[in-house]
Design a protein around this ligand. Structure first.
Ligand code: ATP
Ligand code: MG
Length: 320
């Protein structure tokens, strides 16, 4: 019953720096099932966006090097596809939503034009039909005056409206998967909540899958079915959201969870002590060991193997 839509196997993405090579993504594997909301969470710089952008080969290369791994989409190996084939998948089968719609919309074209262009590229529908669909989609994402939005330039909309329009553009071809990279980070808190509700509602109504990327574990727990926790280019824990909340295994995950604000808890938030090392100065053993209060001798010497501790719940930590 559970069909895998996207399979990422052993992704290795490197950046060449003056003083070495940084492995921004180092052996990431995950699967996204049809109809599933999958969350990818981790601190700034851990490799979330690089992972997301690499799926459809959207990373500028150089400096990025796709050093290893496979991305399988509906039985097609995306990295091996000719460019023309990949372009047909982008926007049609896989939609993309980014943090700052100002960078995704072209500032010199009206919103409606840009949404119509996506449909023009992927369908051969007549212009009136394309326009009708674009207006309908703007309405669908909660824009009350679709006509006005259609005729507006990106800078004429508020941040929240722009993000809704961005979502409309990402969903206009009814993709099977939407990759949403920090879709609400640039917005204020009430608008954030509205956009998240919208995404959740659309995901459920359309039965599409979503890869939701954020540094905010609280947001993931609202929307996602499963979640992968990333630390310095590696997935350290992967589980159903419920299992992760009830029984977080990795000390890093435990730290992330205790730093989510909760209304029913009085005590001060516990930030994870210390700073993540940078990619050019990784420790010999577990990358989290220098910040981990439970680290043993072994943790400082050997990177832990990933183990399945209970069905569907994996962790890379020597404690298990
Ligand atoms: N254009 C680039 N040139 C060199 N290194 C890069 C480039 N883009 C990303 N990196 C490296 O890849 C690492 C991962 O970056 P990425 O943008 O994926 O982080 P992120 O998890 O999305 O962080 P954030 O939460 O801040 O968005 C960075 O720490 C950086 O070292
Ligand atoms: Mg990012």
């Amino acid at each position: 019953m559970e069909r895998t839509l996207l399979e990422v196997r052993d992704l290795e993405i490197h950046f060449k720096a003056e003083n070495g090579v940084s492995k921004a993504v180092d052996g990431v594997s995950l699967q996204i099932l049809a109809g599933e909301a999958f969350g990818l969470v981790g601190e700034s710089g851990c490799g979330k966006s690089v992972t997301a952008l690499s799926l459809l080969k959207l990373l500028p290369s150089p400096p990025a090097i796709l050093a290893g791994g496979e991305v399988i989409w509906e039985e097609r190996n995306l990295w091996q596809l000719p460019h023309e084939e990949l372009i047909k998948i982008r926007g049609k089968e896989i939609g993309l939503i980014f943090q700052e719609p100002m960078t995704s919309f072209n500032p010199v074209h009206k919103i409606g034009r840009q949404i119509c262009e996506v449909l023009e590229m992927h369908t051969s529908w007549p212009p009136q039909e394309i326009r009708r669909r674009a207006l309908e989609m703007l309405h669908r994402v909660g824009i009350h005056d679709p006509q006005r939005c259609f005729n507006a330039y990106p800078h004429e909309l508020s941040g929240g409206m722009r993000q809704r329009a961005m979502i409309a553009m990402a969903l206009i071809c009814r993709p099977q998967l939407v990759v949403a990279d920090e879709p609400t980070t640039a917005l204020d808190v009430t608008i954030q909540a509205q956009i998240l509700d919208l995404l959740k509602e659309l995901q459920q109504a359309e039965g599409m899958s979503i890869l939701l990327i954020t540094h905010n574990l609280g947001i993931i727990t609202e929307i996602a079915h499963r979640v992968a926790v990333m630390y310095l280019g590696k997935i350290v824990e992967l589980a159903k959201v419920r299992d992760l909340l009830v029984n977080p295994l990795h000390p890093y995950t435990q730290g992330l969870l205790s730093s989510i604000p909760r209304l029913d808890r009085e005590e001060a938030l516990q930030a994870i002590p210390g700073m993540a090392p940078d990619f050019l100065h990784l420790p010999a053993g577990c990358y989290f060991a220098p910040r981990c209060s439970r680290a043993t001798e072994r943790c400082h010497q050997e990177y832990p193997l990933t183990r399945e501790v209970s069905p569907g719940h994996t962790v890379a930590c020597w404690l298990y």
